[in-house]
Design a binder for this molecule. Structure first.
Ligand SMILES: Nc1ncnc2c1ncn2[C@@H]1O[C@H](COP(=O)(O)OP(=O)(O)OP(=O)(O)O)[C@@H](O)[C@H]1O
Length: 231
């Protein structure tokens, strides 16, 4: 579970994030929309412990990120816009390496199954990651998240630059993860995907979370209208 309580981050007098209150429960996908500079990445970075809050608290499974950064990191996985793994290692070797860092010792068979479940084609398992497409790298990122048994997944613009089929596949993989109780926070510019994949959608503007919507109860057109009125 992810929780922000009165969470704020300022750079000098500029409030990049202004008093965020948000809870994302197990099995929930929360999509954060907002124009460039709205505060989406700042929010993710606060949960990752990459930056310290100016005030308020970010919690992962009830544990404060600022006070226990090592502990909270164990519970989460992060997929940035560009997944940066080791280009000279294969998909399988990357997965093996990152899951061993997290303390898991999987057999080759288990690792292959993790990659297959994340949607990677068999023939890619033993190819160097440097030759992978963005979509393929993200699948390795998902496999790592599952291998780590991460309870929380943070994603920053995961579908930007993916073709519609890869993007659709990615959405399906995320939905599958929620069946295992993963809580997902996803920053995105993709209104269409946000509505399709998320349970709730937040619209952020100048550091404020201005609206929170139930994705099932709003049409794509309504969401776009609201977005354009908000930002
Ligand atoms: N290290 C920093 N120093 C100063 N200002 C910063 C820093 N990091 C972010 N900001 C500012 O904080 C605000 C929020 O930035 P943030 O990266 O969270 O936006 P975003 O919603 O993720 O945008 P994008 O969609 O472009 O990724 C912006 O005004 C940005 O310029």
């Amino acid at each position: 579970m992810l929780e922000a309580k009165n969470l704020s981050k300022s750079y000098g007098s500029h409030k990049a994030l202004n008093n965020l209150n948000l809870t994302i429960g197990p099995g929930e996908i929360f999509a954060l929309l907002g124009q460039n500079g709205a505060g989406k990445t700042t929010t993710i970075n606060l949960f990752l412990g990459f930056i310290e809050p100016t005030s308020g608290i970010a919690l992962i499974n009830g544990i404060s990120v600022a006070e226990n950064p090592q502990e909270t990191k164990k519970h989460l996985a992060y997929i940035p816009e560009t997944v940066m793994l080791y280009p000279n290692l294969t998909g399988l070797e990357n997965l093996e390496y990152f899951s061993s860092l997290a303390g898991f010792d999987y057999s080759k068979q288990d690792l292959s199954e993790l990659l297959a479940t994340a949607g990677l084609q068999n023939q890619a398992f033993k190819q160097r990651l440097g030759g992978y497409s963005k979509g393929m790298r993200q699948k390795v990122g998902i496999a790592i998240a599952v291998a780590k048994k991460a309870k929380v997944l943070l994603l920053d613009e995961p579908t930007s630059g993916l073709d519609p089929k890869a993007s659709n596949e990615f959405s399906e993989i995320l939905k599958n993860l929620t069946l295992h109780g993963t809580a997902i926070l996803m920053a995105t510019h993709d209104i269409f995907r946000a509505r399709e994949v998320a349970s709730r959608i937040g619209i952020m503007n100048q550091g404020h979370l201005q609206s929170v919507l139930d994705a099932g109860s709003i049409s794509a057109n309504e969401l776009e209208d609201l977005y354009l009125k908000t930002v």
